[in-house]
Design a protein around this ligand. Structure first.
Ligand code: ZN
Length: 447
């Protein structure tokens, strides 16, 4: 057994299949031994965690819009990865759009890497994008290290990342299958989406403009194409619970399809969103309470694989809070820092355990992007990425305590369970109760 540089131990260590008293031995950034709580070594530094605190693998968030370069005024690697560290997230994967250039060409990817390198407080991976006409770029981007590719079936909100049609997908999907790459899909089809839904400051009208049908039809299309081309397809930010049985059935029939949902769909309910409260706007929309409970059922039976933030911030003025116009406001909820307490608050209310939480927030997202040999678990050989937090402590969300660039949040004033104290990235403390490591220690994770 190699001599460790550091031992972190506690009474509640969340292992892949148990919560137990353990000592975690760390050497050269990796976990080299997980022993009994009493297994410490003389002369080695030991961090002893309070009995009421939990040691969990650092969170993995595979759905984050950092928007840099090009829209750094919306967010940026420095601010986003600080918010991540403060939320117990040690690995995030950046989305290919909203940055200029977008990550849809090898050149665009290289520009993004130059921007991100040396400016990240946590480890960062990258999605590429599938847009009309870029099939020829996919192999090179994958070889350069993107984890897979995202496409939109409806306008994305930015001109430089156009959506694809079925005809475009018929060109891209055989290539993705040949490369063994995953296609992640913003699953709403334009056919059922209505441009105007009556008074635009009423949430119900916005909700009616983006009905479940738009999602259901998109999921149906993706199941059909995945079956035809044998491509790995993943549905991002699933909001329509009606699509769950379709996904379950397809998967049982051997279709390579997975799905994620987001904290806001699991916490909020459309009925309670006030008029003009555009901080709640995202696409697909937050739906009714009954739909929310069905999403929880989908998580419970494993049809929905995991929960990621879809952190998508913008400058305050783009939220149009003054007019409260849901139809024209930017759609996106920035919750990178709050995913752990939001999901835990709701999960524990429904009888789920810290093991479920760790599967949804750490292990499964790591698996999605093939990071599971190093990320998402407290196990020998893994990176020593850890979050130390108190599941029983409560706090009230205040935008002023959020570290992303424009801390506008629908969670303002919410009372949540779960306070993050410290975050370790590859054995080094990157966050400690409001303080960050002096320099950004994050690596670029290239596949
Ligand atoms: Zn997104």
């Amino acid at each position: 057994m190699p001599f460790p540089d550091l031992i972190i131990r506690g009474q509640q260590v969340v292992l892949p299949d148990a919560i137990a008293p353990r000592s975690i031995h760390i050497r050269e950034e990796r976990i080299v031994f997980v022993g009994d709580y009493r297994d410490v070594i003389a002369d080695c530094e030991v961090i002893d965690v309070d009995n009421a605190q939990v040691i969990m693998p650092g969170l993995v968030d595979t759905h984050v819009h950092v928007n840099s370069p090009g829209r750094t005024e919306w967010e940026g690697f420095n601010s986003a990865t600080r918010a991540a560290a403060a939320g117990g997230v040690t690995t995030l994967v950046d989305m290919p759009l909203n940055s200029i250039p977008p990550t849809t060409t090898l050149a665009g990817f290289k520009t993004k890497l130059e921007t991100a390198r040396d400016d990240c407080f946590v480890d960062v991976g990258f999605w590429g994008g599938v847009v009309p006409g870029n099939t020829g770029e996919l192999a090179e981007m994958l070889a350069a290290g993107v984890v897979g590719f995202k496409c939109f079936l409806v306008p994305s909100g930015v001109d430089e990342f156009p959506h694809v049609t079925e005809a475009d997908l018929r060109l891209a999907m055989p290539e993705l299958t040949r490369l063994g790459a995953m296609l992640i899909v913003h699953a709403e089809l334009p056919g059922s989406i209505r441009a105007d839904g009556g008074e635009s400051e009423q949430y119900a009208n916005f909700l009616a403009s983006r009905p479940r049908a738009a999602e259901n039809e998109a999921v149906e299309l993706m199941i059909r194409l995945s079956r035809e081309f044998d491509t790995r397809v993943h549905i991002v930010h699933l909001s329509s619970a009606q699509a769950i049985p379709m996904i379950r059935e397809a998967r049982n029939a051997g279709v390579k399809i997975t799905a994620e949902t987001c904290p806001h769909y699991l916490h909020f309910a459309a009925e309670a969103i006030p008029a003009g409260a555009t901080e709640f706007k995202c696409c697909p929309p937050i739906r009714e309470r009954a739909n929310r409970e069905e999403l929880w059922d989908g998580l419970s039976d494993g049809t929905i694989d995991f929960i990621v933030s879809d952190h998508s911030p913008c400058p305050r003025e783009m939220k149009l809070r003054e007019s409260g116009d849901f139809m024209r406001a930017w759609g996106g909820i920035a919750s990178l820092q709050l995913r752990l307490p939001v999901v835990w608050t709701e999960a524990r209310r429904r009888g789920f355990s810290l093991l479920d939480l760790t599967r949804w927030l750490c292990a499964k997202p790591a698996q999605q992007v093939s990071f599971e040999r190093l990320k998402g678990a407290i196990a020998i050989g893994h990176d020593a990425d850890l979050v130390i937090w108190s599941p029983d402590d409560q706090f009230t969300v205040s935008a002023a305590a959020l570290y992303h660039r424009h801390p506008i949040t629908p969670y303002e004033g919410e009372l949540l369970n779960g306070v993050v104290h410290q975050t370790f990235l590859r054995g080094r403390k990157i966050y400690d109760r409001g303080h960050f490591s002096t320099s950004p220690l994050g690596h670029m994770l290239l596949q």
